[in-house]
Design a protein around this ligand. Sequence first.
Ligand code: G4P
Length: 281
Amino acid sequence: MDYQWYPGHMTRARRQMQEDVRLVDLVIELTDARAPLSGRNPDIDSLAAGKSRILVLNKSDLADPEQNKAWTAFFRKDGLVACEVNARSGNGIRQIRPMIAEACREKIERDRSRGIMNRPLRAMIAGIPNVGKSTFINSFAGKASAKTGNKPGVTRGRQWISVERTLQLLDTPGILWPRFDDRQVGIRLAEIGCIRDEILDAQELACELISWMRAAYPQVLSERYGISPDGTAFEVLGRIAEARRCLKAGGEPDCGKAAALLLDEFRSGRLGRMTLEKAPD
Ligand code: G4P
């Protein structure tokens, strides 16, 4: 499998985030609950050095509920303030405010001891493409929020969204790039739809997904498609094609079409809630 990314795009995104992060007290990092490790970029540690941090496992509605709990506990044990959220429905968003207070406790106390009261905290949302950053900003900031406009000398031209009076959110999210040095990471990111389809071989990807699903969630394929999950992954893909009438003109199974269908059903959650990476015990 050949992963491609655009170095110019990557460099620009990094530079932008390095600039923006200087303006904030807090970085709210989003990862995908279906692949919480692959969905993070390790550079976030150096990029957000010295800032308070929150880790949001977004798209939790698509991930295995048990694994959501296990991953949240894992990250919390690791010292991160973490939670699961469904930014699309708004589920879990309400816990973000108290979590910000928890993550920024030291700063709030420091300000207080210096006699600085009620200075709004400033936060930015960061994460890899398609993880749900814009959806999260809309959901979190909500209708009650208002853009505060430019504040020369303070925001250097950036737009801020006031969330009540105590928080300001940078309206442009920090884009992190995914890691491509590990083949498995690339596969998971492609499976959850963070890498564009056209730079991947969909059939190869669908076969990887079938192999993984048979081991991790053995009932899913037979229940959803009414097929036997035995044999090679490619044979299974052929059976999915037949079951879903993805056929070429001569009646041959169209595995390309079946691969697209399987990936779409997985990504949209129609195959059920699944997590590609298991939380360590
Ligand atoms: P980004 O800014 O990080 O690039 O991501 P964005 O908010 O654009 O979200 C990417 C896609 O993920 C969108 O779907 C969005 O609706 C979906 N999404 C975001 N958060 C969640 C979540 O918690 N659960 C689920 N199930 N989906 C989520 P789309 O199909 O690209 O757009 P649309 O159909 O919603 O318009």
